[in-house]
Design a protein around this ligand. Structure first.
Ligand code: SF4
Ligand code: SF4
Length: 244
């Protein structure tokens, strides 16, 4: 596959959360006032000014606390449902960079709240966010301004553990598959997601749902995300499988 991809190896993440802060800094996005909610995850969710969020899932397993960390962001889908939905609504806010494959939102394009809700609902990973004041949409840009100058995305450059990786898609897939084989002994349930249809390949050590409800795509809402996946991704996967 041509273009660029992330490889996110959650088995190495310490939830420091340097990637989240680097993303804020590079994009000059303001901080958000937070409150103590009984978790280290802050802010509570992605937003118009938070493109990257380190999610903390705090579970109890075998009577002991267990943490699952996941640096959440746009997956830069190869065939993006958000873009397809936007085009069906005649919203011209989403483009795809031909060289890297990055899915890019133009926050200056005004989008009505009703249309935004449909666009957000079409995303299997619940990524798009909207601002009521500007009426623009925003999310991770793949740091297109950095990578077009030969730099790494800010989150990847900052990550001290090797969790965040970025490069040519073929190389990222190779790296992900090699790492999966390495961790299978320690984590027998480990799996890669996004290999067939995302530019963010993610290695989870355990069931992705333990990390976050949208870590792996699930049906929710009126227009189900599973329907979006079946409609958009399944034909592509079928074609790829038929081609061997
Ligand atoms: S910078 Fe790396 S180790 Fe720290 S939270 Fe982000 S992905 Fe995890
Ligand atoms: S992850 Fe969601 S927001 Fe990102 S490209 Fe895919 S559908 Fe669009």
């Amino acid at each position: 596959m041509s273009g660029k991809s992330f490889f996110i190896d959650t088995t190495k993440c310490t939830a420091c959360p340097g990637c989240q802060i680097a993303c804020k800094q590079w994009n000059m996005n303001p901080g958000i006032k937070t409150t103590q909610r009984g978790t280290h995850q802050n802010p509570e969710d992605l937003s118009y000014v938070t493109y990257k969020l380190v999610r903390f899932s705090e579970l109890e397993e075998n009577g002991k606390p267990k943490w699952y960390f996941f640096a959440d962001q746009c997956r830069h889908c190869i065939t993006p449902p958000c873009k397809i939905m936007a085009e069906s609504l005649n919203v011209k806010a989403i483009t795809q960079d031909s060289s890297t494959g990055a899915v890019l939102y133009n926050p200056k394009v005004k989008v009505k709240e009703k249309e935004f809700k449909q666009i957000r609902e079409s995303c299997p990973w619940d990524i798009p966010r909207w601002d009521g004041k500007t009426q623009g949409m925003a999310k991770c840009t793949m740091c297109i301004d950095r990578i077009s100058e030969g730099l790494l995305p800010a989150c990847v450059k900052t990550c001290p553990t090797g969790t965040m990786n970025f490069g040519d898609s073929d190389k990222m897939l190779e790296m992900a598959q090699k790492r999966l084989a390495e961790v299978k002994t320690a984590y027998p349930k480990a799996e890669l997601t996004g290999v067939d249809f995302q530019r963010a390949i993610i290695l989870f050590a355990d069931d992705p749902k333990k990390y976050y409800k949208f870590a792996a795509a699930e049906p929710v809402g009126e227009i189900t995300r599973s329907a979006a996946i079946k409609k958009v991704f399944q034909p592509i996967i079928n074609l790829a499988r038929a081609a061997g």
